[in-house]
Design a protein around this ligand. Sequence first.
Ligand SMILES: Nc1ncnc2c1ncn2[C@@H]1O[C@H](COP(=O)(O)OP(=O)(O)OP(=O)(O)O)[C@@H](O)[C@H]1O
Ligand SMILES: [Mg+2]
Length: 509
Amino acid sequence: MSDFLLKMTGVSKEFPGVKALNNVDFYIRKGEVHSLMGENGAGKSTLIKILTGIYTKDSGTIELNGRQMSPQNVLEAQAAGISTIFQELNLIPDLSIAENIFLGREPKDRFGKIQWKKIYVKSTEALKDLGINIDVQLKLKDIGAAIQQMVALVRALDINANLVVMDEPTSSLDDNEVKVLFKVIRNLKERGVSVLFISHRLSEIFEICDRVTILRDGKLVGESLIRDISHGELISKMIGKDSESIVSNKKKAIDFSTKETYLTANGISSGIMLKGIDLSIRKGEIVGLAGLLGSGRTELARVLFGDDQAANGKIEINGKKVSLKHPADAIINGVAFCSEERKAEGIIPNMSVADNITLASFSDITRFGFFSRKKQLQITNKYIKQLSIKTPGANREIKFLSGGNQQKVILARWLALKPDFIILDEPTRGIDVGAKSEIDKLIQSMANEGISILLISSEMEELVKRCDRVAVLYEGEKVGELQGEELSVDAILHTITAGHNRKLQGANK
Ligand SMILES: Nc1ncnc2c1ncn2[C@@H]1O[C@H](COP(=O)(O)OP(=O)(O)OP(=O)(O)O)[C@@H](O)[C@H]1O
Ligand SMILES: [Mg+2]
């Protein structure tokens, strides 16, 4: 018997205008953690969707445990032993955690009545196994993205799986949660379960994976044991050119003390989340917000954009006190906000790439009050090029783009507004390494034009690479600021820990 669990051979799939997969061979061994790597739009999710019965392949074969299969839907794939956590979580926000875990396979007693108690007990235990203590009767929409991931995971694990497929499970998790997930993955591996793990964060691939398969433009370009490949080689294979061009280091320190201040926020408090935060940003400065999930980063951004109201504190822009009661107030003051919730607040699925990009910059695409298609295409094509958005054209409906490319479109929308101040909440989540460095350059060039930038990222390395200064938040308080020489990943972590310890001491007093 072979030690391969899965053999996909000669798989091809074409969409109108795109050859998403071109004769790809993809093998997974039993009990290994295998990564599928490639730039945005390389075909990773498409391959997974074929494996799990969401798309039908144009050609090729799939063998699981030596047996040919051709799943027609997710349930068939599950029955064959393949569980999947998709890039877009397919959970139901209005149902409880427990209901989501057991959806479609609720245990029933002999009279056919659903055994709710059993459902609650089992869900609670399963989550506890992953180190999460939570009331499983809470509605899914009322819990954070990270716990939602874990719910999807528990749901997947509960089905007796030989293979667990995870398409970018860590993109919305913070460091601690990634650790929990990795513990779970190692646990699966010990039980002989294979894991297909997709992530754009190289450090994660090198930490958790045994082997990697690399796709470029729908073609297989390489396959290797992780221990036999370097970061540089992996990147080069993915992007098809030398990786040197994209490996960037820490940002050079610039002295901002003589530059004009753009925004000052003093004593910002809101609800239970923010406790008296002070923050100032100068013109052309890139300020990062670091902190764990739930530290108040997004909440602060929402206050600065007028999405939430500060209960206390004041905000000045260009030296004048402003009242930001609504996003419109912020926009009038030159503020833009590229939010992390791209599904909910971001894309309009049935509209074209062009319409999605120019949605907010209406005045730029009208001439004497008339809509100018030409202008719209000009702007759209500029960003398609600048951000290397993979699409057959400006008119393609955005829902057909890969996850990372949709993210780039949202980013383009805010850039097209040419704001004075832009808040970027996890702007490169789900974006591949090559495009990330393009976005880095773009952010920097905006700053060079005098635009102030507030950057939220859970990847601390990126904050260090991109920011002039980083404010560290812990449980709604600013616990430190780092800049110049003192700014490093270690220093950020240290500041968070110090904040945590101070809190503990405070609580013990
Ligand atoms: N349903 C669809 N209709 C049309 N085109 C599609 C569809 N699904 C995917 N594509 C196209 O197929 C290509 C591969 O997309 P896929 O989602 O597999 O990329 P990916 O490697 O997962 O990228 P990402 O890292 O951004 O998630 C892209 O060009 C995408 O636009
Ligand atoms: Mg994808």
